[in-house]
Design a protein around this ligand. Sequence first.
Ligand code: TEU
Ligand code: CA
Length: 559
Amino acid sequence: MRKAYWKEAVVYQIYPRSFMDSNGDGIGDLRGILSKLDYIRELGANVIWLCPVYKSPNDDNGYDISDYRAIMDEFGTMADWEELLAGIHRRGMKLMMDLVVNHTSDEHPWFIASRSSRDNPYRDYYIWRPGKDGREPNNWLSFFGGSAWEYDERTGEYYLHLFSRKQPDLNWENPRVRQEVYDIMRFWLDKGVDGFRMDVINCVSKTPGLPSVGGARYAWGGEHFLNGPRVHEFLQEMHREVLSRYDVMTVGETPGVTVEQARLYTGEDRNELQMVFQFEHMDLDAGPGGKWDLKPWTLREFRAVMHKWQAGLAGVGWNALYLNNHDQPRMVSRFGDDGKYRKESAKLLATLLHTLQGTPFIYQGEELGMTNVKFGSIEDYRDIETLNMYREYTLERGLPADWVLRLIHAKGRDNARTPMQWDDSQAAGFKSGTPWIKVNPNYPAINVKESLADPDSIFHYYKKLIRLRREHDIVVYGRYDLILEDHPQIYAYTRTLGREQWLVMLNFSRREARFELPGHLRHSGRRLMIANYADADEREPIDRLELRPYEARVYRLLR
Ligand code: TEU
Ligand code: CA
């Protein structure tokens, strides 16, 4: 296996709107981030992934870009951005920008030109089709609900938008579009950025002819745009034209990706991407009806997914490890226990994140054990996906509001977007004034100030884990092997590098869990490297042992 700095890195994801507000307008901004760089360095992460900061009408909080070479007014100026980059580099850290090029905003000059007439030179930058029998060109649903097509009266045709109607899809079949994308990438790389997180990059190639799926009026068309026919060709072209000429870090966001596909995206000799975000563990608590069709997840399924990805990319590609982000519920509320065992379970999940093979991505506030939020009224929500869904479920499907709110409490994207909790002062120290979205009412107990002061905090545990990765190659490069394959409560594995071997034991339940180690791991001496219960005793025999609720232990085996 080849060594690389991006395999050893720990990434911290920032959602700028909710991170830190420097001027009191209630919106996080670049100078706010600048003022908190030392905090991130203190944690130990050495790469920052910044969600979009480009000019945008904010239909989808910056994922709808109207100028790829300018900074969103609310976030600051290009000079602020340059100062931020310099501040990051001065601290020996790197910056990854979000590259959102499956679609633009409908307010981007290309789209304004494109929709102006059928023979405008920009017409073919987007995907326009005539209607079929007085209806949309096909039956695909958008990610955010409703048809993926919007009728535009001016020219009497429909345009495709896999996300909101203010996010028209670019036509990657047009080589000029691809060259525009490469130009944008060069613009930022020449300014000194160190990499890209590529938004829904596996959606850029669509099945020719854009066929409908099944017989229903509307249906999920994923099979025609996830990992489409030319996606690998496009990524290899991007690599040839841009990425190969710079020293960059890349991670693709790839909903619906399979291990087989990911081996192609991340294969070390294929010249596409370094890593991809897979979604299989994010789908475990969803039924056949999709994201809002809630279903309990089980450790067996969770472990099976994680194991499949560990084994499937071993020696071939590389995993991007994450348990939450700006689109997902908070990990401690979803996979842990945000009540009695909040601290223990947040640390347990952190242990998993940092000891599987792959590059860990930490989402802002995760290191504090920030939780989901339960706003009592739809008025308090901001996310376009959530607002669309609420309308559809209450008005069209006639479901009771409190029932729909319960779904939002479990899965809504705003769970991750409440302001970062810095201290126990008004608005959690995000800034005085009224933030664009309410703070989580638990901020007096869960915040940075408290976490820094408490040596036993989740924050300090993350610090320790990150230091372990830095000091021990085995945590980054060691081979992963699953043990106790069928245990109903415990996820356990070993990591092996040369003659060195580590053992990771994680009790994913709120009950004590007994286990017996397999023979080849018994009777060796061991040293406790990290554990989430302060009194975990390294001299305890672990051949047969009980783990306490959500207990996590990492041992180095001595032979
Ligand atoms: O997300 C795309 C994506 O596939 C999902 O995470 C999606 O947002 C989620 O399943 C809906 O519940 C990316 C961005 O991360 C997201 O914030 C944007 O809204 C989206 O692309 C469009 O750019
Ligand atoms: Ca601000």
